[in-house]
Write a protein that binds this ligand. Structure first.
Ligand code: C5P
Length: 224
């Protein structure tokens, strides 16, 4: 089996904690990348810290959801951070995706499908009548058509997505056995998510809350 790739969701707002996460996950058998979301990106020293990172796989989880001009300009505005990955909501629309892809250069542009914190009921609340899986399939087709480099979806949809999207499939909504779902609705264990066809996983609270080293050991054990 290829070395499993895990993006650690660094959802904290201080540099000290990030340094600890990086230190405790370096030189292990797993291949880790570091995903920075809105919490850290908007924190006081977040941007500056990311600019100092070298030789790490970095993932700017901006989840852009805006008009084409704003999406493209925002990607250009963070070029200096040299992210390996940047996210955009597929719901931003075809024109925004095409425009973003034009300016993303060597940064992989990742299309976010339907958030793993939503289910059919929550989709109806915001006015979507179609079934969740159909929506995700539709979004995946658009990601393929607009030549995005990767997709984020729940591990429950990887098989559907794979039918139409041939590149990287990254799945959040991952929980170690017995861990609490918290605000996530569509969750799965790491092993099952890989078996379902995920090419990499995003894991936050299951790894960074409590004792990081112990959590990583649990992850390694569960992946065997
Ligand atoms: O702590 P937990 O493992 O639930 O964190 C999941 C991470 O993945 C968060 O940083 C969240 O923003 C991100 N994410 C997600 N669902 C998506 C896309 C991204 O949970 N569809």
């Amino acid at each position: 089996m290829k070395t499993p790739k895990i993006f650690i969701a660094c959802d904290v707002n201080n540099v000290k904690k990030i340094k600890k996460i990086i230190k405790e996950t370096s030189n292990l058998k797993l291949k880790f990348g570091y995903k920075f979301g809105l919490e850290f990106l908007n924190s006081k020293n977040g941007r500056k810290f990311i600019s100092t990172l070298r030789n790490k796989i970095t993932f700017g989880d901006y989840k852009l959801a805006d008009i084409p001009n704003t999406c493209a300009s925002s990607i250009k505005a963070v070029k200096d951070l040299k992210f390996n990955y940047i996210t955009i909501h597929i719901n931003s629309g075809k024109e925004a995706l095409v425009g973003a892809k034009k300016v993303s250069g060597s940064t992989k542009l990742v299309g976010v499908t339907t958030l793993t914190s939503l289910n059919n009921r929550s989709l109806r609340e915001i006015g979507y009548d179609k079934n969740l899986k159909k929506i995700v399939l539709h979004q995946a087709k658009l990601a393929a058509e607009t030549k995005l480099d990767a997709i984020v979806c729940s591990p429950h949809e990887t098989k559907i997505v794979r039918k139409v999207f041939k590149k990287e499939i990254i799945t959040p909504g991952i929980r170690l056995i017995k861990d609490n779902k918290q605000d996530q609705k569509r969750v799965m264990t790491p092993k099952k998510a890989f078996q379902n066809g995920a090419t990499s996983l995003v894991m936050g609270r299951s790894l960074i809350k409590g004792n990081i080293k112990k959590n990583i050991q649990r992850l390694i054990k569960e992946l065997k």
